[in-house]
Design a protein around this ligand. Structure first.
Ligand code: NAD
Ligand code: UD1
Length: 336
């Protein structure tokens, strides 16, 4: 089966391409490189020992997209391509609605035109906003609180509408919790442009000495040690969830929404300590004020993923930190 991977040179997309090849699928990558680097492609060739077709383009280029979909005989899609910085989405909402929502609509019209009706969509735990309790299950109210999260909710709804009334579409919304880690080879990993927004890449850069210290955003949250609690999941586990979603769509039509998380919460201080152990480096930090828009705790109820997709996470926190550190230590300047 030939699978189009939009955003396939990004962090999660590139790891999913590796798992697709391992599972016998033929991935084809489309990426605008707005937040990724062409250097990732040769690393993918090395890891998979295969040539993976790559098209440098925006998914909204409908003419080119239709040519590729038919030339590459695509039958299913994993749709990662999106902008993902929460703060930037607040500052530039139009860019986020244009790049994430309008481009997706154009892309879906291309799929429909060619009769391709299997889509795995990258959603996010961010759609839950500030959840009423933890663990969070898929039937919790959706209440995104920033434009980025709203673009995810809108596309999820679009998928539901496409699947209504005995339609031929199959659509899986995967709500990711907090992906960290990297491929065990150390050849691919997360390569944020500029100063990282997210915790783990920031910790890795402090451990490597390229940033002086971490600021912990508040130690007065109602959590185990006062710092924020999240569900960190190894990116390879996450990638494997997409293979299970494709297999699910081979057997089922309609829409389904599934959390991909480990089901366990880890605090900021616990993550710092695990990373220090894995890297053998100190991670200097100080306590600062809370970050606007943050929540105390967020972790998944992952029972539906096991039931529907027969998927569960396998890698533990120690392994996530070891793999993140290997990638960081071997690639101080990312893919450059
Ligand atoms: P990423 O930025 O590394 O990857 C996204 C890729 O999409 C990049 O390579 C980028 O160049 C490409 N892209 C963006 N807009 C495009 C367009 N219009 N046309 C073609 N290519 C385009 O991000 P990631 O961490 O790999 O995330 C992948 C997906 O998962 C995104 O949809 C993101 O919103 C979602 N997600 C990520 C996280 C996370 O913490 N990383 C959590 C939840 C959900
Ligand atoms: C962020 C996004 C969310 C997105 C998720 C995964 C915000 C408000 N939310 O959430 O939409 O789905 O990433 O990409 O940006 N922390 C520090 N110091 C730092 C960075 C983070 O203490 O320098 C803390 C945070 O307060 C939080 C935890 O670390 O408690 C994790 O933060 P982060 O990696 O940004 O992820 P989320 O907050 O879950």
């Amino acid at each position: 089966m030939n699978v189009l991977v939009t955003g396939g040179l990004g962090y999660i997309g590139s790891h999913t391409v590796v798992e697709l090849v391992a599972a016998g699928y033929k991935p084809v990558i489309v990426d605008s490189l707005v937040n990724s680097n062409r250097g990732c492609l040769s690393r993918l060739h090395t890891i998979t020992n295969s040539e993976i077709p790559f098209y440098h383009m925006d998914i909204s280029d409908s003419t080119k997209m239709r040519q590729i979909l038919s030339k590459e005989k695509i039958t299913g899609v994993i749709h990662f391509a999106a902008l993902k910085a929460v703060g930037e989405s607040v500052a530039k909402p139009l860019s986020y609605y244009a790049n994430n929502v309008s481009s997706t609509i154009s892309f879906l019209e291309d799929l429909e035109h060619l009769g391709i009706r299997q889509v795995v969509f990258s959603s996010s735990a961010t759609v839950y906003g500030n959840p009423k309790s933890v663990p969070i299950s898929e039937d919790f109210e959706v209440h995104a609180i920033n434009p980025y999260g709203k673009t995810k909710s809108i596309i999820e709804e679009l998928g539901r509408d496409l699947c209504a009334n005995d339609s031929p579409w199959a659509w899986v919304n995967l709500r990711y919790f907090n992906p960290i880690g990297a491929h065990e080879s150390g050849l691919i990993g997360e390569d944020p442009k500029g100063i990282p927004n997210n915790l783990l890449p920031y910790i890795a850069k402090v451990a490597a000495g390229s940033l002086p210290e971490l600021v912990v955003f508040g130690d007065d949250w109602p959590t185990i040690d006062g710092t924020g609690v999240r569900d960190y999941i190894h990116v390879v586990d996450l990638a494997k969830g997409h293979i299970e979603a494709l297999r699910y769509m081979e057997r089922n039509r309609g829409e389904v929404t599934v959390n991909l998380g480990t089901g366990s919460g880890v605090s900021v201080l616990e993550l710092i300590s695990a990373f220090e152990k894995a890297s053998g480096r100190k991670v200097p930090y100080r306590i600062g004020p809370r970050r606007q828009g943050d929540i105390a705790e967020c972790f998944a109820d992952s029972t539906k993923a096991l039931k529907i997709l027969n998927w569960r996470a396998h890698f533990n926190l120690e392994r996530m930190c070891q793999d993140s550190w290997r990638w960081q230590a071997q690639n101080q300047r990312g893919y450059e």
